[in-house]
Design a protein around this ligand. Structure first.
Ligand code: PLP
Length: 370
């Protein structure tokens, strides 16, 4: 039921996205216990569906009771020990956050930073990995702060050839574009529910290869997190409801429904839908003078980053975004960090990647900008 005190919003920002009514209905189902056979079977389904979506056979593929950022912590905290080297490929804010966490884990952090608006250079990554022979190489597949799509296959190949484990942030990519962890050689990946899965926030989705679990088992020191200790989690049998914590049961009902919706649509159709919506948006906003921040080959479909035209910046881009929210119920995001005030970030994620939503935004802007 819709609370009269909450306005309806079209969530076209950097996430969350709007949720399908079937997912909302799923979360409202009566609660059952974590050892109830019905829940055990739903959790099994969820984990199998996550394997298909992540493109992996990793047995340790599971939802974790935390947000996407907690998924990052689970990957890096387990795979790094004090003094280990990590190479982080940085194309924006979320790569920098990986570096910041790796520092906290006591690792020696080397960043390779891409040119503004571009993906990482394979050759520079390869040279850095060959020189440092790090324990971990970490990348962001879809950088939500800049709208950059990072191809990962070649970098992962070099990293593995030098013995490194590869960690991939799939928070914004999963469910909006193909992800193939096994084909790409990724050892640990994390995502979350609220972007292209169109599910309420609150769960991280993670997958760990055998190599990653082996690395966690052979640590010199136990990982400081008990709850997110992947060696411990791998020792629990698959789908075991306990895992030492009370699972977020209702959120897992919602996740199961969201994953089922993705399977009904099929990932290739879903990816084309995202691309078509992004192209229509980029074309439509050109009419107002917005120019894409990222060159075409590395432009994300689910998060379109555009330079705000000078006239709109002068008039106050933040107040225009506020007008869109107050008058039309449309949420979009501004830039963060050095791009604050410079760009808009428009999310067409999951359920929202539709031409009708693009048209709604363009129509509102036509009214506001004349
Ligand atoms: N990584 C990326 C690429 C993100 O876009 C986000 C959130 O926007 C995160 C990590 C952190 O996810 P969460 O907000 O679910 O903790």
């Amino acid at each position: 039921m819709h609370s009269p005190s909450l306005p309806r919003r079209l969530l076209l920002g950097s996430g969350p996205s709007n949720v399908h009514p079937r997912v909302l209905a799923a979360i409202a189902q009566p609660l059952i216990g974590p050892t109830d056979p019905n829940f055990v079977s739903i959790l099994d389904d969820v984990e199998e569906r996550l394997r298909r979506l992540f493109g992996t056979r990793n047995s340790l593929t599971l939802p974790l009771p935390t947000s996407g950022g907690g998924g990052m912590e689970a990957c890096l905290a387990n795979l790094l020990e004090a003094g280990d080297d990590i190479v982080v490929g940085v194309t924006g804010f979320f790569g920098e956050r990986m570096s910041a966490f790796a520092h906290r884990a006591g690792a020696r952090v080397s960043e390779v930073t891409a040119e503004p608006g571009a993906a990482l250079e394979d050759a520079l990554m390869a040279e850095t990995i060959a020189r440092l022979r790090p324990t971990v190489v970490a990348l962001v597949h879809a950088e939500t702060s800049t709208g950059i799509h990072q191809p990962v296959e070649r970098i992962a190949e070099v990293a593995r050839s030098h013995g490194a484990l590869v960690v991939l942030d799939c928070v914004t990519s999963l469910g909006g574009m193909p992800v193939h962890l096994d084909d790409w050689g990724i050892d640990a990946a994390y995502s979350s529910t609220q972007k292209c899965l169109s599910c309420p926030p609150g769960l991280a989705l993670a997958s760990f290869s055998e190599r990653a679990v082996e690395r966690a088992r052979s640590r010199r020191t136990p990982v400081q997190s008990w709850l997110l200790d992947i060696a411990r989690l791998a020792d629990c049998s698959e789908g075991e409801p306990g895992r030492g914590y009370t699972p977020p049961i209702s959120s897992i009902f919602a996740l199961n429904e969201a994953l089922q919706l993705i399977e009904e649509e099929g990932m290739p159709t879903r990816a084309s839908r995202h691309r078509a919506a992004a192209d229509a948006l980029t074309e439509g906003l050109a009419e107002f003078g917005f120019a894409p921040l990222v060159a075409a080959p590395n432009r994300l479909p689910m998060l379109v980053a555009l330079r705000v035209p000078e006239a709109i910046r002068r008039a106050g881009e933040a107040s225009l975004r506020r007008q869109l929210l107050d008058k039309y119920g449309i949420e979009i995001s501004g830039g963060i960090g050095p791009l604050d005030g410079e760009i808009w970030r428009i999310g067409l994620m999951g359920e929202n990647a539709r031409i009708t939503n693009v048209e709604a935004l363009l129509c509102a802007l036509r009214h506001e900008l004349g």
